[in-house]
Design a protein around this ligand. Structure first.
Ligand code: FAD
Length: 628
């Protein structure tokens, strides 16, 4: 059944001919169901030598099927089952909202949108090439309530020529609404004897009226793929380069340092962990999406156990705030009941009840277990991204200014030597971006870069304290990373053995830099609050030394959200920024890169449009309220 249904849908949308050789193909499915249409389409893409470079599949659902149901439905079809197993590790935390699942080596992008149908359709910011219409499963009430407003919202996602196909019976009312909203519907074939219709019913968006330009303006047109220079080879720049290279761009990444990750991204190890707040503010929601995308990248590019480890992380809320009763990342479970990964006896507590992880924390301390969290060595990931096809790295290349030459930008050093030429430029040079932009603006006032509308970015110095473990790891170390007041990453493989890392100091760079010893003391002070027993156990070592220091400067914004978007308001803005990652570059960099690349390619966004807007570069400097 699945085979014939999807083959029929495919043929009705003129696939695979229509997508042959395209840069991207965007399918909108109005109901995910058990996922068979998605799996079959992915398989067809995989087996087609003429497949488009990117397959975007945006699917809507009121509630995603549980993983076992998805696997069970695919079980009769071995090829689909294999794909379902590839999907399985990403099938978690599918709360209401948009979720981007990256598959097929980053070239099959499933955006699963969970919520109410009409609202979800209105939130879409892309134009579909094909629509799979499934008004409702005959045995379910999911999305049964189609009305003219739903159809109007669907039509908003279509261009002239968007194919529409359905293999279930649709009501006469829905058919009339589709026609009224500009779809030319094919003739019904046979009347169903009993049960649901399985003949493909085809349609095409081809209204008799001129399509309004206001709706065309929202998603924009895809920029022609060409060359791009990225300034800065940290997490922000390298992730932008990789996202663009996957879409066929030739990318040159320049850095003033000799090697990649010369700035804050040279951090020996850091945590990829979501932010949690009582009101689930934009920072929290964005960090969840970002962590999901970062873990997907780590899984596909890094060596587990050596470069990263999805150990999970315990967040100890030292200020006593309980945070959200999380259903993410463990759907359906209250975090207060969640046990730590290695032993069920180590129970988290939601204030007041049974003692938590007894070695480290006081009885009744609130904590959150983040199952979908990891430690990661960012420089390894930066190197992995930069080694991808289509990307070249140029070190010792300090960009001092830019000048326009035809449809290209020339990037110049302080001596006026041309370092690179490209159609587009992305400023991913963290704290170096604003001074460079000011220099460009001064040299070329006609450019009208809105530097003063960018959020103010501040430098915040930070220092990690670290040392090698003795032959035996001290029993006071937790079995997984802990954060909440600074952080502890207990065991990380390094040259010559394994090491612990405790961080991180936090000091504005407007003040004179503190000596290393003072920063070590500040880190130890936070550790005493985070895990008192470990603080006591390491106090002597901190006093006796030597403790190693790693330090650098974070680039932060007042609202703690990164800055991503065009820098000027041209028709086709060619200067973009991706910076301001603050203390969460490992959670935000991939999300920002995907957002930038999606906008350039007029692709579906990986997150809701409203959330994406909160990252806009020209959002001004107003702070967004966030409790924690
Ligand atoms: C002590 C400490 C601990 C941290 N812990 C964590 C953590 O646990 N989890 C987490 O997610 N984040 C953490 N962070 C934050 C994280 O490191 C940053 O958010 C992230 O590295 C920022 O990446 P970026 O690419 O924006 O900036 P950077 O890595 O600083 O890259 C900017 C690059 O631009 C280059 N550049 C600047 N100007 C120019 C120019 N004019 N021409 C050419 N090149 C230029 C620089 O050389 C640099 O390589 C921590 C940061 C610090 C300092």
């Amino acid at each position: 059944m699945a085979e014939t249904t999807t083959a029929a849908l495919f043929a009705s949308c003129d696939l695979p001919q229509a997508w042959a050789g395209q840069n991207a193909w965007r399918i909108l499915e109005t109901r995910f169901g058990e996922g068979l249409r998605f799996l079959s389409t992915w398989r067809a893409w995989k087996n087609d030598p003429q497949r488009p470079r990117l397959l975007h599949y945006v699917s809507l659902t009121q509630a995603p099927p549980p993983l076992d149901e998805l696997l069970a439905c695919a079980a009769p079809y071995p090829e689909l089952l294999a794909l379902a197993h590839e999907l399985a590790p990403q099938w978690f935390g599918l709360l209401p909202g948009f979720h981007r699942l990256t598959l097929g080596g980053g070239r099959v992008l499933l955006t699963l949108c969970v919520g109410e149908l009409t609202t979800l359709l209105r939130q879409q910011q892309f134009i579909a090439d094909s629509v799979y219409l499934d008004p409702a499963h005959p045995d379910s009430t999911e999305f049964a309530a189609w009305d003219i407003w739903t159809v109007k919202a669907l039509a908003r996602c279509c261009r002239r020529g968007t194919g529409l196909a359905t293999t279930v019976d649709i009501s006469d009312d829905l058919r009339a609404d589709l026609t009224q909203c500009g779809f030319e519907m094919g003739a019904r074939q046979t009347e169903p004897a009993t049960g649901p219709r399985r003949d493909p019913l085809t349609g095409q968006f081809n209204p008799r009226w001129t399509i309004k330009t206001t709706r065309d303006a929202a998603p924009g047109r895809a920029v022609e793929v060409g060359s791009c220079a990225v300034i800065g080879a940290g997490l922000a720049g390298a992730s932008v380069a990789a996202a663009l290279a996957r879409r066929g761009w030739q990318v040159q990444v320049l850095d003033q340092g000799e090697a990649p990750a010369a700035g804050a991204s040279g951090l020996p190890v850091g945590l990829v962990v979501p932010h949690v707040s009582v009101d689930d503010c934009p920072l929290s929601r964005l960090s969840r999406s970002g962590v999901r995308l970062m873990l997907q990248q780590a899984r596909s590019l890094l060596q587990q156990g050596q470069d990263w480890d999805p150990t999970g992380t315990l967040e100890h809320r030292v200020d006593g705030t309980p945070g959200l009763p999380l259903t993410w990342p463990m759907p359906g479970r209250d975090w207060s009941q969640v046990s730590t990964p290695d032993t069920a006896s180590r129970q988290m507590t939601a204030g007041g009840s049974a003692p938590a992880w007894t070695h480290g924390m006081a009885a009744g301390d609130p904590a959150i277990w983040h199952a979908q969290a990891a430690w990661l060595k960012p420089a390894q990931l930066v190197r992995a991204w930069l080694s991808q096809a289509g990307i070249t790295f140029q070190g010792k290349a300090p960009v001092a200014t830019l000048r326009q030459n035809g449809n290209e930008w020339e990037l110049l050093d302080a001596q006026g030597e041309v370092l690179a030429r490209a159609n587009r430029v992305v400023f991913a040079n963290a704290g170096g971006a604003l001074p460079l932009l000011e220099a460009v603006q001064t040299a070329q006032p006609a450019l009208d870069i809105h530097v003063n509308q960018l959020p103010v970015m501040h430098g915040v110095r930070g220092q990690l304290s670290w040392a090698m473990h003795a032959r035996a790891i001290h029993s006071a170390f937790p079995p997984f990373p802990v954060n909440g007041a600074g952080s502890v990453v207990p065991v990380v493989p390094v040259d010559g053995g394994s090491a612990w890392f405790i961080g991180s100091s936090y000091q504005p760079d407007t003040k004179p830099a503190s000596p290393d010893e003072k920063n070590h003391a500040a880190n130890l002070g936070r550790l005493h609050k985070l895990i008192p027993t470990l603080g006591q156990a390491l106090a002597e070592q901190f006093a006796a030394g030597p403790i190693n220091a790693w330090k650098n400067t974070r680039c932060t914004t007042a609202d703690r959200l990164p800055v991503v978007g065009p820098l000027h308001e041209a028709d086709n803005p060619s200067l973009w920024i991706c910076a301001g990652m603050g203390s969460r570059g490992m959670s935000f960099s991939v999300l920002c890169a995907e957002l930038l690349a999606a906008r350039w390619g007029a692709e579906p966004l990986p997150i809701e449009a409203g959330l994406a807007q909160s990252l806009n570069a020209l959002r001004g400097s107003a702070a967004t309220a966030c409790d924690i």
